[in-house]
Design a protein around this ligand. Structure first.
Ligand code: TYM
Length: 341
């Protein structure tokens, strides 16, 4: 089997509207990586249903994430954009991986602990075994690189452990040990209400995050209201590190502007937040509004969007199926070994 050397897989859940963390931590990086790698980008609806999803909205959100990929600048002709549940090999390989991964490995996953909280007896089994499906998403394409935000790092370490254990147990070098690509200035975008908490879809406060679909006025308003401290902006990175809310806004500015945080500090250090927030509001809306306009346009052309999803599915299956067949063979399943007569 041919082994790719520069293949990317990454996924985004259609579990709500996308926010600035998804854009800066993941999608914006996908756009630049598409020129250097063979890319598979997937809308991970199987992951989304690990917590309750309203069926009517799930289909809509699945198309919206696909549209957001394209609207952000991912070329659907050059890359494979597809929906996870349409490629059955993901769920099949996830089962094999749930027999490879150890309970102790999954018990250490901090994301599960955060999401389950005190309710761990009452969350779905899928939420617990989620990282084995994520490993299958990546390894079914023999992906070598995985661009993600920092919050996914531990899941990628688990993916590497699963690949390694599979290869060792069966004495086969089938799976690559994929490298995380955690890139850009905003690897972990924090809540606008609390600089020590990750920006997330599940935060009850709407003012904690900027959505890709927010209007210009909304974006400006949310940044104006973002929590800061009473001091002027820090004038060194060292100082900024001790002030999480300030650091968060500075890194967001740098990421949106394709510069680095130190450069932003050299322009704004020692100044008042009010001017900086105005500029950041303008910058964010000038970068995000064209994307949300384009998402709206694409959403009104379902025929086009669905044609991308269908061709993505075919391309994805053509790569995933031979890998799963190989796994069956390695495991000793009868599958392809039944004589035809
Ligand atoms: P999800 O859907 O929560 O997020 C999608 C991507 O956005 C990144 N991200 C962030 N980056 C920076 N700051 C934030 N506040 C922030 N919030 C989210 C995530 O790191 C992610 O890259 N388990 C994954 C989806 C997944 C996946 C995969 C990713 C499923 N299979 C295979 C890579 C490879 C998740 O829940 O992402």
């Amino acid at each position: 089997m041919e082994k790719p050397t520069n293949r990317i897989l990454s996924g985004v859940q259609p579990s709500g509207d996308l926010h600035l963390g998804n854009y800066l931590g993941a999608i914006k990086n996908f756009v630049s990586l598409q020129h250097k790698y063979e890319c598979f980008f997937c809308v991970v609806d199987l992951h989304a249903i690990t917590v309750w999803q309203d069926p009517a909205t799930l289909a809509q959100k699945t198309r919206e994430v696909t549209a957001a990929f394209i609207a952000s600048g991912i070329d659907p002709k050059k890359n494979t954009l597809f929906v996870q549940s349409q490629v059955p090999q993901h769920a099949q390989l996830a089962w094999m991986f749930s027999c490879i991964a150890r309970m102790g490995w999954l018990n250490r996953m901090t994301q599960f602990k955060d999401k389950a909280g005190k309710n761990s007896e009452n969350v779905s089994v899928g939420l617990f075994s989620y990282p084995t499906l994520m490993a299958a998403d990546i390894l079914i394409y023999l992906a070598t690189h995985v661009p993600v935000g920092e919050d996914q790092k531990q899941h990628l370490e688990l993916t590497r452990d699963i690949a390694q254990k599979f290869n060792n147990d069966f004495k086969h070098e089938l799976f690559p040990i994929p490298e995380p690509l955690i890139l850009g200035e905003a690897k972990r975008v924090m809540s606008l209400r609390d600089g020590t908490k990750k920006m997330s879809k599940s935060d009850p406060s709407d003012y904690s995050r900027i959505m890709l679909t927010d209007s210009k006025e909304n974006i400006v308003q949310k940044i104006k209201k973002a929590k800061t401290d009473p001091l002027p902006l820090p004038d060194s990175l060292e100082d900024a590190k001790a002030r999480p809310e300030a650091l968060n806004l500075l890194t967001i500015f740098a990421a949106l502007n394709d510069s680095d945080t130190e450069e932003v500090i050299s322009n704004y250090g020692g100044k008042e937040f009010s001017q900086f927030k105005n500029d950041l509001g303008e910058l964010a809306s000038s970068k995000l509004s064209p994307i949300s306009d384009e998402v709206n346009k694409l959403m009104s052309d379902k025929v086009y969007l669905d044609s991308i999803i269908v061709s993505g599915k075919e391309k994805a299956i053509s790569v995933a199926k031979p890998v799963l067949d190989k796994v069956f063979e390695i495991l000793g399943f009868l599958h392809n070994n039944i004589p035809k007569n």
